[in-house]
Design a protein around this ligand. Sequence first.
Ligand SMILES: [Zn+2]
Length: 259
Amino acid sequence: MSPTPDRPTILGLDPSAGASPWAWALLDDARALVGAGGVAGRGEAVALALHLRPALVAVDAPLSFPLGMDCLEPSCGCRPAVPAPGRACEREVVRRGLGLFFTTPRSIIKPMVYQGVLLRRSLEAHGVPVIEVYPAAMRRLLLGRRPPRKGAREGQRRLREALAPLVPHLERLPEALGHHGLDALLAALVGWMAGHGLAEALGWPEEGLLFLPQGDALSRLTAEYTEGRGGGSSAGERLLCTQGVRGSNPLRSTTGGVG
Ligand SMILES: [Zn+2]
């Protein structure tokens, strides 16, 4: 495990439903990559979060069931509160032309949903703030509407290239983590944005919100990069000072399109 930084951090997690490891990435409040790696599963991910004590954990997986449901088992009597597929945040994502799996009893990522829900409950029980993020929106902002396949080497190379100006010490992301490591990093980045007023929250709070970058987030970060580097406090630090990543509710919902 990496040493515990003494400044606020954002932990990004990319869970897996099967036996493969979960990737994680830790950003500091200036968006620099502090560390990244893999953990064996949910238990180790919770232990890592308790060790690192980030200001926020941002997870690339559904963290809640549709309103009215307490599981995804067809045999259970629970039923969605509204006659529509999935959760409100997911319907909004699809309305914007982005793809995802609806959270329903027929979801092919049902095991992932259970992992996500249990992860959120564990973290919340330990007082660790956790949000669900949608890194695919960030990928689209960085690489355009038709990004190369994320599993392909070319796709990973282009994503690293696009991330390099935004994430100091990107070289700390091990190549061996592949696209899972990049997903964890994107999750952390969207989490950082949520803490800095650069993300919007979709959905119903009582059901579960999904955070994605605001449509102009990239240009704001790029402007900050060209202005803010080289000596003194970074623009990210200034943002942190004015808005506070530990603020009571920095994760405000706004309107506006993505991409
Ligand atoms: Zn149920």
